[in-house]
Every structure is written in C-alpha cells, then in structure tokens.
Design a protein around this ligand. Structure first.
Ligand code: FDA
Length: 490
C-alpha cells in the first residue's frame, strides 16, 4: 500500500466535484480528484450508440443495462452507465471523468422559483435566480434549439407529435434548454460534421456535440494547472485521522475493474461529491466499519425526484407515427406543475430505435410527498433503501391521469411493449437527498459534527426539485463552494 498526504481531496468528478475543483483552483488551492470511472478523453476510446453498444455501454457488466431492450451482450469494461438495483427501484448513474454528464440527456432545466423556495426555505431564492443559476447556465454552456430547425428537422418529429398531442389533450408544453450544442446539431443534420445526437448517441456517451463537464468546468479547472484528476481510483472507505484529517482507503483498477494498486491517502479537507448514492454509501459504510461519526440526518430525506417513466404505443391514429429517426436530445416538456390535483413535469423523450415504433416515451417528474431513507446493510455490505409503492403513489396517480387524457384525445394505448403494465414506476435517473442541506449539513454543505468534511452533490437536495436536477446541483455547488472558500480557506 502506497501512503500519500494530500491537502484537498475531492471524491467524484460529476457536477458537484467539477464546480468545487474549478473554484478551489481559481482561488489558488491545489486539488486532487479521485474518480472511479475512466477518463474517456485521455483513453482515446469512443462512446457507442444505443443500438450497437460497445465498451462504453455498461459499468463492468456482460449485458447492457439500459431501461429497456437489453438484448445485447457486452465485454466487461469500465463503461459509462451503471445501475444499482433495490427492491421497488432501479437507479442509473454515470461513471467516468464527468460523472452523470457523460450519459445524461443534457436537459438544463431551471426549477420553478416557488418550488425551489419551498424545497429550500432557508436559501435566498432571489439570489439564486439572479446569481447562481445564471452562473451555472453560463459555465455549463446551456443553449436552446432554433424553433425553425425543430420545425423542419425530421429527427424531431417525435417531439412535434408529442407537443401537438399534449396540446390536443389540454396540456401546456415548454421548450427545454440543453447543454448539447444545437448549432453543432444543425451542422450534423446537413452532414457537415460527424453525427452524434443524430446518430443515436447519448446514454452510453456522446462523441460530439454535448458539452459534458469534461468540456466545461473540468477543462477550465485543469487549465489552471492546479487540478489533478486520477481516474480509475475508487475510494473504498473513510476514517477519521488525528488532527481532524481524513484517511481514505483507495483502490486503483484497470479497465476490467481489477485492482492494480492500493493507496492510503491522508487529507486535510475532504469533499464528498460521489453523487447521491456514492456519497451515501461511503458515509454509511465508513460509519459502520470505521466508526466515522455521522449525525442522525444522514440517510434521511431521500427521494427519486418523482421519476416515473411511461409511454404510449400505437401513436399513429392522428400523427402517422413518431418518425423513423429520433435525435437523442430532448427539447420539449409538458408542464402540468400548477395543477394542484395532478402536479407533474414530463419530458417528451426520444426512442432512437432506428425505426418508427409509433411509441411515445415520457419521463415524468412528480412531487415526492413521502420521502424514503437509506441505510447500510451489513450483510450485503451495500446500502439499501426504504422505498415502497407508497412513495410513488402520487406519481402513479398522475401517470394514470396523464396517459388516460392523452389517449382519449389522441388514440393510443398504455406502453405495454415498453413496460410491465405500461408503467416504469421503478426507473430512477434522479436519486436525490440523504445528506440534505440545512439538516445533515449546515447551510453551506459542511457535514454537521464533522470538521473539514463537505458534501457537494445531489445528496444535498431533499428528494425532489420538480425538474431534471443537474442545473440545481451546479448552482448549489457554486453557492456552497463560494462560502466554503471565503470562510474556511485562509
Ligand atoms: P454524479 O453522479 O454526476 O457524479 C458522481 C461521480 O462520482 C461519478 O463520476 C462516480 O463515478 C464518482 N464516484 C462515485 N463513487 C465513487 C467512489 N467511491 N470513488 C471515486 N469516485 C466515485 N439530469 C438533468 O438535469 N438533465 C438530464 O437530461 C438528465 N438526464 C439523465 C439521464 C440519465 C440516463 C441519467 C443516469 C441521469 C440523468 N440526469 C439528468 C441526472 C444527472 O445526470 C444527475 O443528477 C447528476 O449527474 C448528479 O450529479 P452529482 O454531482 O450529484 O453526481
């Protein structure tokens, strides 16, 4: 085992970790990021499209793990997409330098101001909407598609049909901004550049077009010369050392997931940015194994952001189908949030199968009135969830209402071809909470009762934010790290 002493360590290179790294480096501090996934850019490996999964498709699996149509075998490799299965819920996550930004749909959605205020009553809402959200949008390079392009691009027929049908059923739709460069997409459409979104790439990574974190925050961070990213480095546990230091047990692996080196890293300041599930597993496991002291709020207030996937088959009565080709980047949302009885936001999702399957796919986001919790299971040596049908009752009621109304106005059936009973109640892309701001941590992300230990990732958000979460995670990270730098670094 190699022993190392490092001043500032960040675990994880997703949104929280990338923001923290850039701002710490800009204010003159050396930072080391430990990331269990691969540095794809450095490796020279390519990402693969959904219909021909390659190395990037799955994290150390021999079969693909997408939400459906997993008919493909893959070779074991440190791929970009991981999934953790619990009873009643499956959770997808990104792995690699850039975290979830590598695999996600790039939707950069501003939460409703009122709802943000409800979720975070102690934060200054005005300041967030004037300062931290615009800053996050700028750094993430958020942009919107040209309406003319959307109108005429055959790859967006699924969206056009989705919006028309929603309107016919009496729902309101909104345009959704994204970090995918829509100017690049226009050039893709005209065959001027290599295709990515228009070639079925997204959930196993995009080779072009998407401004994932490795192209924005992490790139800027590395340009300072003060940020050192170690990929294929997995933190196994945390223990408290003397003088308020932290001792990390780390394994370095190869791309088959085999351990090639063991390291013991002692650090002064530790930033836990391993994503909601990763951060909770590290904290709860270290508490069980190493007596790391945690406050009682750790593991509480966990939620799936009301994720509920559903769809409709035989969408052709009025529209003539959803199109042969789908861009992988969503641009439309159905906004029913202000309906007191059935509040939801739904992404009109693509289904890039390379043929017209006449199916509409929706990722609904609902409020989470009843939160779940996370605990360490000493038998499986993994974290487990308290999460049942009760936690998704409102989402299910909303989905029934939504699909019924859409089918009544437009024809079609519940998507039995995609999901059991037409409902994917167990599909979660947005795990949130468990180390919530103001409860498990103070109002700046300092874990209560643990000096020099900071939480900056999705686990700060108490289980719900009403829209796709990464813009909020980025804004919260900007706010936390700004205060941490000015108050804790002299
Ligand atoms: P994030 O998960 O991004 O990063 C954590 C990093 O830590 C990972 O790289 C992980 O490998 C690493 N790590 C974990 N444990 C570790 C350990 N022990 N040691 C070392 N490293 C470790 N959101 C949105 O707003 N718009 C969208 O369009 C989508 N679409 C979408 C699609 C799909 C398929 C998924 C799976 C998710 C989305 N999301 C999304 C969700 C979004 O990607 C997610 O909320 C953020 O990536 C979470 O950011 P964090 O900073 O919390 O962690």
């Amino acid at each position: 085992t190699e022993n190392l002493e490092i001043e500032n360590v960040i675990i994880g290179s997703g949104y929280g970790g990338a923001v923290a790294a850039l701002r710490l480096a800009e204010s003159g501090h050396e930072v080391t990021i430990l990331e269990m996934g691969l540095n794809w850019e450095k490796s020279g490996e390519k990402f693969s499209p959904m219909i021909s999964p390659g190395k990037s498709a799955a994290w150390l699996r021999t079969k693909t793990i997408a939400p459906f149509f997993n008919i493909f075998n893959t070779k074991k490799y440190t791929g970009t997409l991981d999934r953790w299965d619990f009873s009643n819920i499956k959770i997808w996550m990104g792995r690699g330098v850039g975290g979830g930004s590598l695999v996600n749909g790039g939707m950069a959605v501003l939460p409703k101001k009122d709802y943000f205020g409800e979720v975070f009553p102690e934060l200054n809402t005005e300041e967030f909407y004037k300062k931290y959200f615009p800053l996050a949008e700028k750094e993430l390079e958020v942009n919107s598609a040209d309406e003319n392009f959307l109108e005429n691009c055959s790859f967006y027929k699924f969206n056009k049909v989705g919006e028309q049908e929603a309107h016919k059923a009496g729902f309101k739709t909104v345009r959704v901004p994204n970090v995918y460069d829509f100017k690049y997409m226009e050039d893709e459409y005209e065959n001027k550049v290599p295709r990515s979104a228009l070639a079925g790439e997204v959930i196993y990574g995009n080779n072009y077009g998407k401004k994932s974190l490795d192209k924005t925050y992490l790139k800027k961070a590395q340009e300072t010369g003060k940020v050192h990213i170690h990929d294929l480095h997995k933190v196994e546990s945390i223990a408290k050392g003397s003088d308020n230091t932290y001792i990390l047990e780390v394994i370095q692996t190869n791309t088959l997931g085999e351990t090639v080196a063991k390291k013991k890293i002692v650090c002064k300041k530790l930033f836990l940015c391993a994503g909601t599930m990763g951060t909770l597993e590290l904290l709860l496991k270290s508490s069980n194994d190493n007596k790391l002291t945690l406050n009682s709020e750790v593991g509480q207030n966990w939620g799936n952001n009301g994720n509920f996937m559903t769809g409709r088959n035989f969408v052709k009565t009025f529209s003539g189908g959803t199109g042969v080709n789908h861009s992988t980047i969503p641009v439309g949302g159905i906004d029913n949030w202000d309906d007191k009885e059935h509040p939801f936001f739904s992404e009109i999702a693509p289904l890039p199968m390379g043929m017209d399957v006449a199916t509409s796919l929706y990722l609904m986001i609902n409020p989470v009135p009843q939160k779940g919790s996370v605990f360490f299971n000493p038998v499986s040596r993994k974290i487990d969830l308290k999460w049942s049908a009760d936690n998704v009752a409102l989402a299910r009621k909303n989905a029934e209402y939504f699909i019924k109304k859409m089918n009544k106005a437009n024809g079609g059936t519940r998507a039995h071809l995609l999901f059991n009973n037409g409902f994917g109640a167990d599909i979660c892309y947005h795990p949130l909470g468990g180390a919530t701001l103001g409860k498990a941590t103070d109002m700046k992300g300092r874990l209560r009762g643990s000096e020099n230990l900071y939480i900056i990732d999705g686990s700060l958000i108490p289980g719900t934010i009403g829209v796709n979460p990464f813009l909020t995670i980025t804004a919260l990270a900007e706010y936390c790290i700004e205060h941490i730098i000015s108050e804790d670094f002299s």
